[in-house]
Design a protein around this ligand. Structure first.
Ligand SMILES: [Zn+2]
Ligand SMILES: [Zn+2]
Length: 222
């Protein structure tokens, strides 16, 4: 499947960068993972990329932080199904429900469409609960699964561990936050640090052969 970065702290020329994260998965259905912080910026980037909100069939939100759900107004419509961690506030779930076809509350691991799974909501200590997506790689790309994270607040290592139930780990993409056990990524074949990853430069240097640059406009084959 194709993964297109739509919103990120960095961007290709012609697109806007901003603190936040969103990407579009072209799987059996068209799935938007997170929405960035601003509906205006999300709209403009989508327009630049030739994407229309009506084409999005599913929205999956990683966690209830403004830089991941702030752009919702640009993409909600009456036919879209929205997957949210069950721990989202009732108020947020209600306001999404008013503008979407359905709100699906995620607690444990589950399949969203064939080839796209959720870890279910995970949490480290008293931190915020967050879901990550787990994507089956297609033949020709590699064998295994690629993990897609929002901010990785539950801890990247915990998320990767939880994702193993869906297959052998092939790669990881997204915001890694303060993750610093770089050595633990050695076995992966694809490492793409985006958004809030504190040690982005260090990861790219250390794993230059498998860490491509991330920014709005980047397309990754999975
Ligand atoms: Zn966050
Ligand atoms: Zn974030």
């Amino acid at each position: 499947m194709k993964l297109r970065i739509v919103y990120d702290n960095e961007a290709k020329e012609g697109l806007e960068s901003d603190w936040g994260f969103a990407c579009l998965l072209e799987a059996e259905k068209s799935i938007l993972f997170d929405t960035g912080a601003s509906a205006e910026i999300l709209s403009r980037n989508m327009h630049q990329l030739g994407l229309k909100k009506e084409d999005i069939e599913i929205i999956a939100l990683s966690h209830e932080h403004w830089d991941h759900i702030g752009g919702l107004d640009a993409v909600l419509h009456q036919n879209v199904t929205v997957y949210v961690p069950r721990s989202f506030t009732r108020r947020t779930k209600k306001s999404i429900g008013e503008k979407a076809a359905e709100v699906v509350e995620v607690s444990g691991p589950a399949d969203i469409v064939p080839g796209v799974h959720t870890t279910g909501e995970l949490r480290a200590g008293a931190g915020i609960k967050e879901q990550s997506l787990v994507l089956d790689t297609k033949e020709g790309v590699g064998e295994g699964v690629v993990v897609l994270t929002g901010c990785a607040h539950p801890g990247l290592e915990n998320i990767l561990e939880a994702a193993k139930r869906f297959g052998e780990l092939y790669g990881v993409i997204g915001g890694f936050h303060g993750f610093d056990n770089l050595k633990s990524l050695e076995k992966l074949k694809m490492v793409i640090p985006c958004h809030c990853t504190v040690h982005k430069e260090e990861i790219r240097r250390r794993y230059s052969e498998k860490a491509v640059w991330c920014g709005a406009g980047v397309v990754i084959e999975i």
